[in-house]
Write a protein that binds this ligand. Sequence first.
Ligand SMILES: [Zn+2]
Length: 301
Amino acid sequence: MRAARHLILTVLGAAGIALAAGVPAYAGQDTCPAGTLGVSRVIDVDTTGGPWFGEPHGDPNFLGPKEVVLTFDDGPSPANTRKILAALAKECTKATFFVVGEMVVLHPEVVKEVAEQGHTIGIHSWSHPNLARLPLKDVVQEVEATFDAAQKASPTPIAPFFRYPYLSSSKTTVDYMKSRNIGQFAVDIDSQDWRVRSSKPVIARIMAGLKRRGRGIILMHDIHQWTADALPTLLTQLKAGGYKVVQLKAKTPLQLIADVSPPVKPTKKAQARSVHKRSKATAWKLKHRNRMAQQVRKPSV
Ligand SMILES: [Zn+2]
């Protein structure tokens, strides 16, 4: 079955049905029941040199018109991730899950299920820090320990795909990802599902974003119940709107680095110290900003 499918994909690929220039494209609906959303094509993503995907650095023509990529950050979270998996399965479609190391070690069985159902697994750091504020050695730990844990949990090769927590990167992080041939993921359409507590606004924001952009990499979080609840309706609306789901896969598997231990969690005392330091710094910043605002009377954009 797999060989036959591969042959079909190769033939279709060779026939040049690529929707976006320079991107290998395959039809992927040969095994889905009629009427389901399915997967319109699979892109074998070449992560050599650590390219960006999504706004503002990614190639705007990476996706064709009406093409969407479904992505979920911050999991796995057993109940919600499983609910999302069930909704995706019902529509015979695929997504990418950017997992967090701390969650992977708590719920490795859910990572296994995600992989077994044919979805793509990338990572989203070990402890969800702002990587732009970390020195290189901490960035390496956050990234490599998570790849290691996710790969141990997954029965199939995970992808060298990384999404930045808070979408925050620095020259240090970018150079590192480039040196490791890790694809750097941003976002085209942000569901902002962390801001709300119900499904309706999540769906509305995504559909409005698609209406505006016509295509894009969609960001959601599989730790929220309202996002999991939103999925069946969202997928129905994507189908009704003529949108096509594209699955991203890695052209080349990730090369793991041996013996990278996860970052050590700071003690409660150290955490309290850093919160105290932060609140002092925030108070200073606010005071400084107010003073500046009084001096500068021009309206800000
Ligand atoms: Zn996140």
